[in-house]
Design a protein around this ligand. Structure first.
Ligand SMILES: NC(=O)c1ccc[n+]([C@@H]2O[C@H](COP(=O)([O-])OP(=O)(O)OC[C@H]3O[C@@H](n4cnc5c(N)ncnc54)[C@H](OP(=O)(O)O)[C@@H]3O)[C@@H](O)[C@H]2O)c1
Length: 307
């Protein structure tokens, strides 16, 4: 075909395309269309309305991720989103209280419905203690275990198909060096009597559970292209959690965020625990395959019972 004829036919073909679009409108809603058409990698950072999660969310926004900011506090969440967008990034806020497992399910199902990909899950939301004994999980579970570990176990299970479809993808469990073994006869610590030394037991148990989870998932995810690691970011960062406990901060949020980003951007393998930026050994229970399997079974039972 001569060049002049091709040029003459162009407007006709464009008209045809326009007619086709008018006749078969895109069945996706505006929001879905926006998410599915974007090329940006997508990251969910739980507990990113303040502290370490906020800093990590902001760095991911600057790296070009579409960041799903999560927490309970709507105003703080919207402010984190606005700061990312003001900096030229892309973000949105999703609210879910991890003291209610149904809200975790809704958060996950919303992401599955609205996004065609999920490249990164940072399991970061956390509480240091059952604030003055006031917190009660909707399911009647020990609240620190639920927020720090069980909610993230459920979230990860639910989002796994999307993460695998989006591989290479990463999961980071923000754990801690404070680790105590899980007592499988008393996971909810109903028979535990806090004394002066053991005051942080619920927190330490939940944080070790996150390490067992990372090790267990790394085995399950072998050859899927999804990697998972756990870390202790930094000791006593200057955050609400630390200040609320009456502890003088020793490190900055930026230092902790550097360590989390290392597990997001560097070649770090899978199934490892890092402390202050270096591969480290976790509590012995993390290396007990029976304990890991037991925790997985107990966790599945707990989330099923609550469904
Ligand atoms: N700070 C440290 O020195 C230190 C050391 C080692 C490990 N870590 C770990 O680092 C992570 C972040 O801690 P941080 O120091 O940054 O704490 P933080 O400033 O207190 O932030 C905690 C985040 O978790 C969210 N959160 C709390 N309860 C929640 C619930 N029921 N449902 C949903 N989200 C909830 C909060 O959001 P809303 O208030 O909006 O709900 C907030 O965004 C935690 O997992 C912590 O264990 C911290």
């Amino acid at each position: 075909m001569k060049l002049s004829r091709r040029i003459l036919m162009l407007p006709v073909s464009m008209l045809l395309v326009a007619l086709l679009i008018a006749a078969f409108p895109n069945p996706l809603s505006g929001a879905e269309e926006q998410h599915l058409q974007g090329d940006s990698p997508v990251a969910l950072v739980t507990g990113s309305t303040r502290g370490l999660g906020e800093e990590v969310a902001s760095r991911l926004g600057a790296l070009g991720y579409h960041v799903i900011v999560h927490g309970r506090h709507v105003e703080r969440g919207e402010a984190v989103v606005a700061a990312i967008v003001d900096g030229g990034g892309s973000a949105e806020f999703r609210r879910a209280d991890f003291l209610e497992l149904d809200q975790v399910r809704r958060l996950a199902d919303g992401i599955l419905a609205d996004f065609g990909r999920l490249d990164l899950l940072v399991n970061n939301a956390g509480i240091g203690s059952n604030e003055d004994g006031r917190l009660v999980s909707a399911e009647g579970y020990e609240p620190v275990f639920q927020v720090n570990y069980l909610a993230h176990f459920l979230l990860t299970e639910r989002l796994l198909p999307l993460l695998i479809d989006s591989a290479p993808a990463r999961i980071v469990n923000v754990s801690s060096a404070a680790q105590a073994p899980i007592d499988f006869d008393d996971v909810m610590l109903e028979h535990w009597e806090p004394d002066g030394r053991q005051i942080g037991r619920p927190y330490a148990q939940s944080k070790l559970a996150q390490v067992l989870h990372a090790y267990d998932m790394a085995e399950r995810l072998a050859d899927t292209g999804v990697i998972i690691n756990a870390l202790h970011p930094a000791t006593f960062m200057d955050t609400y959690m630390v200040r609320r406990a009456g502890v003088e901060p020793r490190t900055t949020v930026a230092e902790g965020a550097d360590r989390v980003m290392q597990l997001i951007t560097d070649d770090v393998g899978s199934g490892h625990y890092f402390r202050d930026g270096e591969p480290a050994r976790a509590h012995a229970q993390a290396y007990d395959s029976t304990a890991r399997e037991r925790l997985r079974t107990v966790s599945l039972e707990l989330i099923e019972k609550a469904e």
